[in-house]
Write a protein that binds this ligand. Structure first.
Ligand SMILES: Nc1nc2c(c(=O)[nH]1)N[C@H]1C(S)=C(S)[C@@H](COP(=O)(O)O)O[C@H]1N2
Ligand SMILES: [Mo]
Length: 301
């Protein structure tokens, strides 16, 4: 593809240890200068592009099929079977079918993408994903001209997903994007993190990543992708339409009914970490604001 988006930096070049003085060193430096106790400025977002550790990314998760606690998914997803895996691509496509994951992967180019990741609960990380552009997959399936939206569905397997016993959400977990969002070059299907296969708790073997939207749009362990002419139902919107819209673009100016979205807590920030400002479209406004030109983002939240 001509216009392929590239990571600014490769993960190996931006480990926090290599580049950034940590906050303890800064505090020690301030203390040495007789300035202990002065407020540190909010974390700059250039600095925030140093990825979180493997430990952070794989131990603090939301994957309600395995429980609602942040450490439940890591513990409870160990026996999830992720091979063989097939993804059904259907609806308004020229070549519908149930595709074996290895056949999909043999046609796709896996790249590294270091993305900010912002949960609607107001915490965030930076994750070095490996994956391919969803546009390439939809292209190979042959999206038809009537297709306007893409619907996604997570595996529903009660014998391996203990959380399905509880009616927290209407299972299976489903999500959706407008076709232009789905084919935007920032939108990927992730297969790995830090060059290793995606752990089960992060949505193995294949999950969506849409970095300018709240984390719940990035649906895990995808088994079905359907092209349609109607806006598809989405799990959190079905559960509470007042709190969770279809778009769910990260927007510091539009509060959740129960909390502000203006700032976020960066996971792994440590003892002295302050909250950081949340960025419009999670910092991807230059690339994606055009998708929403003329739309009222408070109404279409
Ligand atoms: N199937 C499914 N996908 C899901 C979720 C879930 O509970 N089930 N949680 C979502 C939410 S709320 C977030 S914040 C992210 C968390 O991704 P991570 O655990 O890899 O950080 O996954 C999203 N995708
Ligand atoms: Mo989330």
């Amino acid at each position: 593809m001509a216009n392929r988006w590239k990571s600014d930096v490769a993960a190996r070049d931006v480990t926090p240890e290599k580049i950034y003085m940590n906050r303890r060193q800064i505090m020690a430096g301030l203390a040495g200068a007789g300035l202990a106790g002065v407020a540190l400025p909010k974390t700059a977002h250039a600095e925030a592009l140093s990825p979180n550790s493997w430990e952070d990314i794989t131990s603090y998760n939301n994957y309600y099929e395995f429980g609602t606690g942040k450490d439940d998914p890591k513990q409870n997803s160990k026996r999830l079977t992720t091979a063989p895996w097939s993804v059904t691509i259907d609806g308004l496509v020229d070549r519908p079918g149930a595709y074996a994951l290895e056949d999909i992967l043999s046609k796709m180019t896996i790249e590294e993408r270091i993305y900010r990741f912002r949960c609607v609960e107001a915490w965030s990380m930076v994750v070095p994903w490996n994956g391919f552009e969803l546009a390439d997959l939809l292209n190979s399936a042959g999206a038809q001209s009537g297709a306007k939206y893409v619907a996604f569905e997570t595996l529903y397997r009660p014998e391996e997903m203990p959380g399905l016993k509880y009616p927290v959400l209407d299972w299976p977990y489903v999500e959706g994007l407008r076709l232009d969002e789905a084919t935007h070059p920032l939108t990927i299907m992730a297969t790995g993190i830090y060059g290793k296969p995606l752990p089960n708790q992060n949505g193995a073997p294949l999950r969506l990543v849409v970095p300018w939207k709240y984390g719940f749009k990035s649906i895990k362990s995808v088994v079905r992708i359907t092209l349609t002419d109607k806006q598809p139902p989405t799990s959190w919107n079905k559960a509470n339409a007042r709190e969770y819209g279809f778009y769910s673009n990260v927007n510091p100016q539009v509060s959740h009914p129960r909390w502000s979205q203006a700032t976020e807590r960066r996971i792994g920030g440590g003892l002295f970490a302050s909250r950081q400002d949340t960025l419009m479209f999670n910092g991807y406004a230059d690339q994606v604001a055009g998708l929403y030109a003329g739309m009222n983002l408070k109404k279409n939240f």
